[in-house]
Structures are given as structure tokens and as C-alpha cells.
Ligand binder design. Structure first.
Ligand code: NAP
Length: 249
């Protein structure tokens, strides 16, 4: 196990389940980072993940807040700061996400806005809440979980594709704004990954479209986050790393 660096923390949004859970585990296991574990409402899953993280020897702060709501984001992060006044946040993973798929011709305003607000505005709310601190300490790793949908486009996901493509653009711009401060900003674009988000999809049909003929695992995405969080990735910024079994556009 990595040496535990007691004061170093990572914030993982949507860390209770799926890809976010695997990323939190990887950051704890590989880098000994303590974890601010954000989620929306599934307390049971968050507590199970917190238990698994603590078994790796790191501290965990459960931070239930809706990334769509800027005031709740600020309050949630302030609560963590009050509980751990000596904490130094080094890694921020914008991972929280949902889908509300529909063909554009049938898409309801609520489906469009909820997805844009969760992903794109969630990225804004969380990143702006922590960015000054990263700039001041002249070090940081911002990792945004986007999607193949944001690069290739997927029918039925204009809302989700637009949100993810927006985050990719923001990743590239922000990377240039903060590069001199030793802060890297990168995105990971998974293809089809096994999680609650994809459990109702027709895997047999979709596998035929994937060169590797299988869905990826959350751990395969988390391995890239582990690398992007490491000192070895210091010269990589503004990049989108695809984890999709060869299913490029
Ligand atoms: P998941 O298993 O459904 O987990 C979603 C996580 O996001 C949960 O922790 C959930 O919290 C949290 N969340 C949802 N809305 C939130 C909100 N408004 N505020 C705070 N937390 C919120 O999804 P996943 O498959 O791991 O997806 C994780 C990320 O990867 C998403 O950004 C998704 O778009 C992206 N992605 C996934 C795939 C895939 O194939 N699975 C492919 C490409 C990209 P609760 O547990 O409280 O509900």
C-alpha cells in the first residue's frame, strides 16, 4: 500500500457508485489520498464505499450534495474544510453524472436542462468552488470524466453529448489558464463501461460495435485517473484520454 499522506485529499463527485467509486478506491490505494466522497442521495452505497476506502487506511468525508446547486456545493465543501482544517486538496475528479436519453424530436426541456445542469454546470460549480485554493497552493490535478458521446455523438443523447462536449472545451481552456500554476486539467472519455448507468442497455447488441467485443470495467477507467493524479503525468494537460475498447468515432 502507498504511504499514507495524512493531509492530502481528493474530491470525487459521484464517488458512491460505478466509475467514481473505482476512482476513489484507486486514488486511495495508489496515492494514499484521503477522499471527500460526494454523492447525490444514495447514502447506503456511499457508506459502503466509505467503509472500503477506510479499509485501505485513508480518511473519508461523506459529502452529499447536488452538483447542480452551486450553494449546496459551496456548503458541502465548506463543511469538509471545517471538519479537516489542515487538509490540502490536490485532486478534483468531476465524475457525477446522469442520463436522460431521448431523441431530440421528443426531448423535453426538463431532460435537456437536467443533464446540462448536472454535467456542465456541475463541473462549473465544483471546479470554481476549489480552484482558488489550487491556484494559491500552485499545485493541482483536475480530472473530468466525459464520454465517447461527447466526441463521437450518440443518437438519443443530444443533451448528454452537448454537456460532455462542453466539458471537453472547458477542459482545454482551463488547462491553458492554470498551466503555469502546476495545475493540470484533463478529461477521460469512457466508452461503454459496466455500471448502474448502463445496466439496462442491450449489451449483446452493443458489444458487436466495440472492437474489443466487451464493455469496460470501472477499474479500467480508474487506472487512467490514477495516472493523471500522479506526479508522472505533470506534462500532460488539456488532453482527452479515451478508454473505449477501440470504439472511436
Ligand atoms: P452511476 O453508476 O450511475 O453513478 C453515478 C454517480 O453520480 C453516483 O455516485 C450518483 O450519486 C452521482 N450523482 C448523480 N447525480 C448527481 C448530482 N446531481 N450530484 C451529485 N452526485 C450525483 O454512473 P457511472 O456509470 O459510474 O458514471 C460516472 C461518470 O462516467 C458520469 O459522468 C458518466 O456520464 C460517465 N460515463 C459513464 C459511462 C458508462 O458507460 N457507465 C460511459 C461514459 C461516461 P448517488 O449514488 O447518490 O445516486
Amino acid at each position: 500500500m502507498a504511504e499514507i499522506k495524512a493531509e492530502k485529499w481528493a474530491l470525487v463527485t459521484g464517488g458512491s457508485r460505478g466509475i467514481g467509486r473505482a476512482i476513489a478506491m484507486e486514488l486511495a490505494r495508489k496515492h494514499g489520498l484521503n477522499i471527500v466522497l460526494n454523492y447525490a442521495s444514495n447514502t447506503e452505497a456511499a457508506e459502503q464505499t466509505a467503509k472500503a476506502l477506510k479499509e485501505l487506511g485513508v480518511q473519508v468525508h461523506l459529502a452529499p450534495f447536488d452538483v447542480k446547486d452551486a450553494a449546496l456545493v459551496t456548503e458541502g465543501i465548506d463543511n469538509w474544510r471545517k471538519a479537516f482544517p489542515d487538509a490540502r486538496l490536490e485532486v478534483v475528479v468531476n465524475n457525477a453524472g446522469i442520463t436522460r436519453d431521448n431523441l431530440m424530436v421528443f426531448m423535453q426541456p426538463e431532460q435537456w436542462h437536467t443533464v446540462i445542469n448536472t454535467h456542465l454546470n456541475g463541473f462549473f460549480n465544483v471546479t470554481t468552488a476549489v480552484l482558488q485554493g489550487l491556484v494559491r497552493q500552485r499545485y493541482g490535478r483536475i480530472i473530468n470524466v466525459v464520454s465517447l458521446s461527447g466526441t463521437k455523438g450518440v443518437p438519443g443523447q443530444t443533451n448528454y453529448s452537448a454537456a460532455k462536449a462542453g466539458i471537453i472545451g472547458a477542459t482545454r481552456s482551463l488547462a491553458q489558464e492554470v498551466a503555469k500554476r502546476n495545475i493540470t486539467v484533463n478529461a477521460i472519455a469512457p466508452g461503454f463501461i459496466e455500471s448502474d448507468m448502463t445496466k439496462d442497455l442491450d449489451q449483446a447488441m452493443l458489444k458487436q460495435l466495440i472492437p474489443m467485443a466487451r464493455f469496460g470495467t470501472p477499474e479500467e477507467v480508474a487506472a487512467v485517473a490514477g495516472f493523471l493524479a500522479s506526479p508522472e503525468s505533470a506534462y500532460i494537460t488539456g488532453e482527452v484520454i479515451h478508454v473505449n475498447g477501440g470504439m472511436h468515432s
